[in-house]
Design a binder for this molecule. Sequence first.
Ligand code: 13P
Ligand code: SF4
Length: 337
Amino acid sequence: MTAAPALAAQNLDHNGFLDIEVDPELDLIAEIKRLKKEKNAVILAHYYQESEIQDIADYIGDSLGLSQKAANTDADMIVFAGVHFMAETAKILSPQKKVLLPDLKAGCSLADSCPPHLFRKFKEKYPDHVVVSYINCTAELKTLTDICCTSTNAVQIIESIPKDQPIIFAPDKNLGAYLVKKTGRDMVIWNGACMVHEIFSHERIVKLRLRHPNAKFIAHPECEAHILDMADYIGSTTGLLKYTINDPATEFIVATESGILHQMQKSSPEKTFIPAPPDNHCACNDCPHMKRNTLEKLYLCMEYELPEIILPDWVIEQGRASIDRMLEVSAKAGLMG
Ligand code: 13P
Ligand code: SF4
């Protein structure tokens, strides 16, 4: 592994990324490939990343798949093209590796909706409850969690808990409500939500379906119940992608972040994918956090090995158990992200 070039002091706290001028004629793709080899780095990208980042990634996946890869990679450096909680999870799973995130301010409204100090007080009201947290939460929240879940394995995680054991579910109220319906378990649910999945317009989706009567409507379980009630299929990003590959329909209306359409279109070029309309009269369903990462920032973070994810030892130690338990249940159930 070669050393990173010395870097003048950067105000990462202010910008969240390396604000360095990049020669516009530089072949970023070639440079990123060179750095990958030189530094024995692996690029893990979530489906919500912009297309050119997905195209250069070594692995593209949902939150479960990305965690499984982060736990098992033999690379020296994990470059996480995703958001902060995902890179933190990778660091918890591979603490000996250098984990980089192109922009530290690529956060998550859902993770932000559950501040650990408030959750700690909330949890004290239910001392006999087990805490299940959606992986979209901070590393500190994971230290207050008994078992994590993702949208791929959430049902199996809930079902792995004895029926008479009361549960707190955090932070996503929409996924929580969906799980109550699916599993019949009565859970205490934290009142958090994702800004992208909360804005879909029921009225505009109904109208769109009338114009495309043969289209299947598919949705991520972070959407609100009245949107999920209309869906032909509900699933994680990987689940949605697989559904579009395997289902004979040729048109799909997709209620999740628009980045996933890139892989859907690549896997089924003959099919048509329509982003579900939000109620803000904008045509796109972009996550402003996911889309903070760019090819330029990816190149810079690999070149200078910054910004790096650093976590206190106690957070890594106490947060790890909840993720390990999730991976164990997933492995037993044969679930891959
Ligand atoms: P999955 O990719 O696990 O379905 O999660 C979606 C999401 O919101 C990630 O931020
Ligand atoms: Fe968070 Fe929603 Fe963006 Fe996913 S799409 S990172 S849950 S804000």
